[in-house]
Every structure is written in C-alpha cells, then in structure tokens.
Design a protein around this ligand. Structure first.
Ligand code: HEC
Ligand code: HEC
Length: 269
C-alpha cells in the first residue's frame, strides 16, 4: 500500500538541522518543519511508489529483487559509493540504480531512456533508497583497489584549481568555510560530514537534489569545469552526469563523512 498523502510520513521522520542551516532558515520554514511538513517527503513517497510499481519491459520491479519495502537494501546507502562486481565499476546511488534498470529490468540504454530516468525516476528513487539507511552511520570502506584509486582522484580533484575562476572545491569549502560569499555562508561538507543529509531538499529552488546534482552544480555555478573530461561537447559547463569525476568527489566526501548518522531527506537553503 503506497502512501498517497504527501506529507504524512514526515511526522514520524523528524528533521535534524545543522546549526548552520537552522541559522539561515527563515522562520516560516522552521515552522513548516516543526509541523512535520517536510516537502522532501513528497519525493520519498514518489520513490516508494516507483520502487514497487514501476515495471521494466521484462516485468520486473525493483522490489522483485530487492524485497518488499526495499528490505534487502536496508543499510546499503551507508556504504555507497562502492565497487560493484556486476557492473565492474564504483557507482554512486544514481549510477547504481540506472545500471539496475538497464541491466536487470530491460530498459534500453538509449539516450531517451536515460533522459527520462534522469528527469523522472532518479531523485525520488534515490531518496527512498537512501532513507532505508536512516539512523545508521556512514561507513564507506575503500577495500577495493578501484575504490582506493578513485578516492585519491577525488581528493586530488577537491584541491585542483580549475576553470575560468581558477578556484577549487577545497578553497571554498575547506579554506574559506564558515565565511560568507555575499549573503551565503560557505558550508564545510568534509569537516561537518554533511553527506549525512543528502539527498536533500533545497528550498531556494524547491527541488530535491542528490549529491550528483550538488557536485555538478558547484562545478557549473563556479565555472570550475574543465572540458577535457568531456570528450564530445566542449561548451558544457557541468561535468556530464554519471561521470567518473563526480563519483570520485562523492567518494572522497562520503568517506570523510564516515561515522555520521544518516538522516534523509535533508533540508537546506
Ligand atoms: C533482476 C534483479 C534486479 C532488479 C530488478 C533491480 N536490481 Fe538493483 N541490484 C541487483 C544486483 C544483482 C545488484 C548488485 C548487488 C551486489 O553486487 O551487491 C544490485 C544492486 C543494487 C543496489 C546497491 C545495493 C548494495 O548493497 O550496495 C541498489 C541501491 C539497487 N540495486 C537499487 C535498485 C533499484 C532502485 C531498482 C529499481 C529501479 C533495482 N535495483 C532493480 C539486481 C536488481
Ligand atoms: C566559489 C565558492 C564555491 C566553490 C568553488 C564550490 N562551491 Fe560548493 N557550495 C558553495 C556555496 C555558496 C554553497 C551553498 C549553496 C546554497 O546554500 O545554496 C555550496 C554548497 C555545496 C555543498 C552542499 C553542502 C551542504 O549544505 O550539505 C556541497 C557538497 C558542495 N558545495 C560541494 C562542492 C564541490 C564538490 C565543489 C568542487 C567541484 C564545490 N562545491 C565548489 C560554494 C562553492
């Protein structure tokens, strides 16, 4: 039975805001959250619906393999990104789910399907699957050689100055963190283990985002993207979705987040 009342599950959820976020939050949003009306739950519930009811061309649903109420995915998100033997690479939640859809549910690997997945299914499903690790500690292991290598690459990218501004993630988010650019406080995702609240709802654009979206957007917003990573189109200012660079940075940040308690959907500015 799927919940149709969008905000119902929020009441049981409980939202823990980091001090920095609470500080920046307008009063009406604080009240909304206190009432249990977390808009991120609209996405979570939609994801739950897809998980059980979206059928691939071969008739399978996510639940066919991963259990009713995603029972076999409890805790999975706490260890991601990680290496998966069946697809031969390190995957974040977005890539892992897309692979399951094309490899195991019969969806085509076509551009059209990937576009649809990206627009429609990805964020709700990721929110739902991630919520199955709520209350658990982030525990990214780096046992596999591919994981170790990608982690190092992610750390390197974090500090690499690039693009039109010649800035790096680390300058804003480690060196200058806690200071303000215009009105915006610069968060410190590594020290404060902020991965714990991703996927998260952003009230500044009224959308739920996964970490893929956040990392790609910071590349774009701050003109950091180096187009040599994208072989085809040199005008793109975001790394292409599901690219190695994004997963590497995610792996770096999430491993640094080890030990933090997962609580999604988050809620930020
Ligand atoms: C036909 C079976 C099948 C279907 C259907 C399927 N998957 Fe998977 N899924 C797999 C296999 C196999 C793996 C790899 C497991 C491993 O290596 O630990 C996997 C791994 C995953 C993981 C990572 C689990 C972990 O322990 O790290 C997630 C998350 C996931 N799938 C989500 C989904 C979602 C969401 C859907 C529906 C859109 C879906 N899967 C559909 C077979 C399936
Ligand atoms: C010029 C400064 C700047 C640079 C460079 C930058 N960011 Fe950001 N980033 C921001 C700001 C400002 C925010 C907060 C945005 C908001 O509140 O809307 C942010 C938010 C984030 C967050 C969300 C933190 C949270 O609240 O959970 C993450 C994660 C992040 N950035 C990662 C990155 C990564 C990875 C890079 C490098 C590719 C990067 N950023 C580069 C300024 C920057």
């Amino acid at each position: 039975m799927r919940k149709k009342i969008i905000f119902a599950s929020a009441i049981a959820g409980g939202v823990v805001l980091t001090a920095a976020v609470a500080q920046q939050l307008p009063d009406q949003y604080k009240q909304l959250l206190e009432l249990g009306m977390h808009p991120g739950y609209a996405y979570l519930d939609e994801g739950e619906d897809y998980f059980h009811n979206l059928k691939g061309p071969n008739g399978k649903t996510c639940a066919s393999c991963h259990g009713q109420d995603a029972s076999k995915l409890v805790g999975a998100y706490a260890h991601m990104p990680r290496y998966y033997k069946d697809i031969g690479k390190v995957a974040d939640i977005d890539i892992r789910m897309l692979s399951c859809m094309t490899k195991y549910m019969g969806f085509p690997k076509s551009k059209d399907f990937i576009k649809k997945y990206t627009k429609k299914y990805r964020v709700p499903l990721a929110t739902y699957v991630a919520s199955k690790s709520n209350g658990m500690k982030i525990d990214v292991k780096l046992d596999d050689p591919q994981e170790k290598e990608l982690y190092k690459y992610g750390e390197k990218l974090w500090w690499t100055r690039s693009g039109a501004r010649d800035f790096s993630c680390g300058i804003c988010h480690t060196v200058l963190s806690d200071k303000r650019i215009r009105q915006q406080a610069l968060p410190n995702p590594v020290r404060d283990k902020l991965y714990k609240h991703w996927p998260t709802y952003r009230y500044s654009n009224d959308k739920m985002w996964t970490m893929e979206d956040r990392v790609r957007s910071c590349f774009k917003a701050f003109l950091l993207y180096v187009n040599k990573w994208d072989k085809k189109k040199d005008w793109i200012k975001k790394p292409p979705p599901y690219s190695k660079e994004v997963v590497a940075i995610e792996l770096y940040m999430k491993h640094k987040g080890n030990g933090a308690i997962i609580n999604v959907p988050g809620f930020i500015r």
